[in-house]
Design a protein around this ligand. Sequence first.
Ligand SMILES: N[C@@H](CCC(=O)N[C@@H](CS)C(=O)NCC(=O)O)C(=O)O
Length: 212
Amino acid sequence: MLTIHHLNNSRSQRILWLAEELGLDYELVKHQRDPETLRAPASLNAVHPLGKAPVIEHDGQVIAESDAIIEYITRKLAQGRLSIGSDSPDFGEYLEWLHFPEGSLQGALVFDLIYQWADAANDVLFGFYDVEMNRQYAYLDGVLAERDYLLQSGFTAADINMTWTLEFAEARGRTQSHPNLCAYLTRMRTRPAYQSAIKRGGAQDLTVLGKG
Ligand SMILES: N[C@@H](CCC(=O)N[C@@H](CS)C(=O)NCC(=O)O)C(=O)O
């Protein structure tokens, strides 16, 4: 049996959504962020030393990291559904999109959040990462002007990984001037499995991670 550990308002929403898209049977364990610090509770540390979400348990293994969990679930528990195999011409592009959110987008978003919490004011620092972020979202917006999903061939788990990051980016005011990112988010949120994941995991409110 697959166990998904879910922290409210967090990346583990991705894994619930993936499991719902794939129609998997899973046990859900819910953890609540501290409302003041927004940090994960000790119950997540008891599952994995990093104390982060998402984390899954399966066949006696405990696996952290969204990208790794997505690879594990699609390949081991779903016969490759919603992923792209190494024999496909789209394999490289799939890997690139799957890893782009955590590999490139998330770091800057979290940095931007902490920068705000710290009331920091450093033109060099801000100038550096703000330019990078604007370039990343403009690039994505351009790609999604041409297609409905990250891959031309259709919806994959890479879209699931990307959506949560774009929801965070939306809360940080980074998507609103990019019409194709807004349309993409609407398209993703109307998927029945996205809705089922919200129903099962609880409503998501990322405004706590927003500007203000
Ligand atoms: N790269 C990791 C990041 C995991 C991560 O930072 N998760 C956040 C939730 S979105 C978390 O658990 N935060 C609570 C804390 O740091 O106390 C992944 O994609 O799984």
